[in-house]
Design a binder for this molecule. Structure first.
Ligand SMILES: [Zn+2]
Length: 355
C-alpha cells in the first residue's frame, strides 16, 4: 500500500453475467436461495481479486451483494412498504415508481455487516464500505408517515449510524455515504443535509467519506448534465459546508465533467477522492490522461490528501471496460506518485557545502 496517492473506486463494479443481467441498473438476480448467497460471495471475492490485480489500494466490495446502492439498504428496514408504490420525481430529474413510508422507520437487524466481515476476510488492505446518505435515501421514497423530508432524514441518519458503527466493528476502515442529492437540493444541504450526515457518522473512529456526483451514466442523468451549462458549480454550495464539517474525505467527479478544478480549494484540509475515470463512457482513459487530471488537482489539494478514484460507480459498464479502467487508474496514479516522491526527496535533501 503506497503512502501517497492510494487508489480507490467509488462503489459499484459490474456484476458477473451469471449473477445478474449485465450493464443494467436494478438488474434482477439470476440465482435464488442458497445459490444466490453463494453467488454473491463469489462475485465479491472476484471483485476483490480484480481490484488487487489491477493495483487498487483501498478495496471495496464492488456492491456485488446489492441490487442498488439505495434501494437494497431500504429494503431491510421496517416502516417502508415496497408493495405500495407512488411515482415521484427523483433528484428533481426523472420520475420513478418508489416504495412508500407507511410507519416509523427502523433497522431491526444489520444490513451489510456480514458482507463487510466477509470482505474483511478477503484482504489485508484497507477496506471501504458505501452506504446511501440520508438525503439521497429520502429522495427515493414517497413519505406518507412523517410528511417531512427533514424529519425522515434525521430518522435515517440514526439508522445509518447504527449500521456504520457495526461496519466499523467488522473492520471497515473507511465508511462512505453516497449523497448525489447534495448536488441538487442546495437549500436543504445547508439547512439540515450536512447536519444529518454528521449525525450518521457520530462516534465513529473509522474515516468517513461523502460521495457527491452527477450520477451514473444513464440517460436521465446525461440529459440533465446537458442543461447545466459550461461550468458545473454545484459543488460550490456544499463544499464550504463540508470543509467545516466532521467528514474526513470528499469524493467528487472530475474527468470530462464541467466541474472547475479550482472548486477543490473550497475543501482544503480534507482528503479528496478525485474522479479521474469517466464512468459514462466506454473509452478507456490512458495512464497519461489520468496523470494529467491528478497533476491538475494537485494545484488545489496536498499530495498526502489525494486519493485517485473513479467519477462514480461502474455498475452500468461492461465488465471488461470497467476492469481496464481500473488498470488505467492505478497506472496513472503510479506516474504521478513517482513525480511527487521525487519532489519530496529533492526538497528534503540537505544542502551540501562546496568548500
Ligand atoms: Zn456517484
Amino acid at each position: 500500500m503506497p503512502t501517497l496517492l492510494p487508489t480507490a473506486i467509488v462503489g459499484s463494479l459490474p456484476k458477473p453475467s451469471w449473477l445478474a443481467e449485465p450493464e443494467t441498473l436494478w438488474s434482477p438476480w439470476k440465482l435464488e436461495g442458497d445459490a444466490l448467497v453463494e453467488g454473491k460471495r463469489d462475485a465479491l471475492r472476484s471483485a476483490v481479486h480484480e481490484q488487487r490485480r489491477r493495483g487498487i489500494d483501498i478495496i471495496s466490495d464492488g456492491e456485488q451483494t446489492r441490487q442498488h446502492f439505495v434501494t437494497t439498504f431500504i429494503e431491510h428496514l421496517t416502516g417502508v412498504d415496497f408493495e405500495q408504490r407512488e411515482t415521484v420525481r427523483i433528484r428533481d430529474r426523472y420520475d420513478a415508481s418508489v416504495p412508500t413510508v407507511v410507519g416509523a422507520v427502523s433497522r431491526e437487524k444489520p444490513v451489510f455487516v456480514d458482507d463487510a466481515r466477509f470482505l474483511r476476510q478477503q484482504t489485508d488492505r484497507p477496506i471501504k464500505w458505501a452506504l446511501p446518505g440520508p438525503m439521497t435515501m429520502i429522495d427515493t421514497l414517497y413519505d406518507r408517515h412523517y410528511r417531512s423530508r427533514e424529519k425522515l432524514a434525521w430518522e435515517f441518519a440514526t439508522i445509518l449510524n447504527q449500521e456504520a458503527r457495526e461496519l466499523e466493528a467488522a473492520g471497515v476502515d473507511i465508511i462512505q455515504f453516497d449523497e448525489p442529492a447534495f448536488n441538487v437540493f442546495h437549500d436543504e444541504v445547508r439547512d439540515w443535509g450536512v447536519a444529518t450526515l454528521e449525525r450518521a457518522t457520530e462516534g465513529l473512529h473509522a474515516e468517513t467519506a461523502v460521495h457527491i456526483c452527477y450520477g451514473y451514466g444513464i440517460k436521465a442523468n446525461t440529459d440533465w448534465k446537458a442543461t447545466l451549462g459550461s461550468q458545473w458549480r454545484q459543488y460550490e454550495h456544499s463544499f464550504p459546508l463540508l470543509q467545516r464539517s466532521t467528514i474526513d474525505i470528499v469524493s467528487l467527479e472530475c474527468l470530462h465533467s464541467h466541474v472547475p478544478m479550482e472548486l477543490i480549494e473550497l475543501i482544503r484540509g480534507k482528503k479528496v477522492m478525485l474522479g479521474a475515470i469517466d464512468v459514462a463512457s466506454d473509452s478507456i482513459e490512458t495512464p497519461e490522461e489520468v496523470a494529467d487530471t491528478l497533476r491538475n488537482a494537485l494545484r488545489f489539494v496536498d499530495a498526502d490528501k489525494l486519493i485517485p478514484s473513479t467519477n462514480c460507480g461502474m455498475a452500468p459498464l461492461s465488465r471488461d471496460v470497467a476492469l481496464q479502467k481500473l488498470s488505467a487508474l492505478s497506472a496513472g496514479a503510479a506516474i504521478v506518485r513517482e513525480e511527487v516522491d521525487d519532489t519530496v526527496s529533492m526538497a528534503s535533501q540537505p544542502i551540501l557545502g562546496t568548500g
